[in-house]
Design a protein around this ligand. Structure first.
Ligand code: AMP
Length: 249
């Protein structure tokens, strides 16, 4: 069976995010971009399913700018067999991505789609759920363990206060949580091999999807700056400040 894995190019998790001066968004000039960490976990899980002989082909999909090709090459270096870039300069929102993935599911007929539970840039946590709804497929979100056998999947989910295990029929949508696996590093030989793997480029119109934004961002603000603290000389001064300045005791 084929697996489709969605990989998003996002601002690297180590980068301190800067807001543009006019508050219209995040400053992405000269900023390091990487694959969304939850999507690395998604690719790793798909590759492990292939190594276990359950999956025959792993297809990585990224939607966005031409530069997402780099993200796809990275996915192929981890072990995806081929990549599909849905290329657009429009800023994509989760519903648009879900519709693009839905069109690719119709085209490629995978039995499983794996996404990250959320993209660390918009933190939307919506795309997987919207895709499952559009396809009318079962979904298992926040997966920390996936077992596929006898035509169905057993997925353990991280829920408040514990773990929940679901049995689901294929085809299905899974979104990954942090503890599902530890992605491998792409080795140099695999990075070289990935350069030769097929990478198709499509436009949203070829998939019949209107990706125009439905939601407008009004303003992006940095968190309020905290005032610097002060050092107190002794306990008596601390008590005095708590009583008379902070007025909390
Ligand atoms: P979100 O709903 O934006 O938090 O994203 C959840 C997941 O959807 C991500 O971890 C990716 O697997 C997938 N996804 C979102 N946006 C894109 C995109 N532009 N290209 C590929 N995959 C995406």
């Amino acid at each position: 069976m084929k697996v489709l894995v969605a990989v998003k190019r996002v601002i690297d998790y180590n980068v301190k995010v800067r807001v543009k001066n006019d508050g219209s968004g995040i400053d992405l000039a000269n900023v390091k971009m990487s694959m969304n960490p939850f999507d690395e976990i998604a690719i790793e899980e798909a590759v492990r399913l292939k190594e276990a002989g359950i999956v025959t082909e792993v297809i990585a999909v990224s939607c966005g700018l031409t530069a997402c090709q780099e993200t796809l090459r990275n996915a192929m270096a981890i072990g995806a067999d081929r990549g599909i870039l849905v290329e657009t300069e429009v800023e994509l929102q989760p519903l648009a991505v879900a519709k693009l993935l839905q069109a690719l599911v119709v085209k490629e007929a995978p039995q499983l789609v794996i996404l990250g539970k959320q993209a660390i840039d918009d933190d939307a946590n919506q795309t997987g759920q919207m895709l499952a709804a559009l396809l009318d497929w079962p979904q298992a979100t926040f997966a920390s363990k996936v077992v596929i056998a006898d035509g169905h999947a057993l997925v353990t989910r991280e829920v408040d206060g514990g773990l929940e295990t679901l049995q689901l029929d294929l085809p299905l949508v899974i979104t990954t949580d942090l503890r599902l696996n530890t992605p491998r590093y792409a080795t140099l030989p695999n990075i070289m091999k990935a350069k030769k793997k097929p990478l198709a480029v499509l436009k949203p119109a070829e998939l019949g999807v209107d990706v125009s934004p439905r939601i407008a961002t009004l303003k992006v603000l940095e968190p309020a700056k905290r005032k610097a603290g002060v050092k107190v000389a002794d306990v008596a001064q601390l008590i005095d400040k708590l009583k008379n300045e902070a007025k909390v005791i």
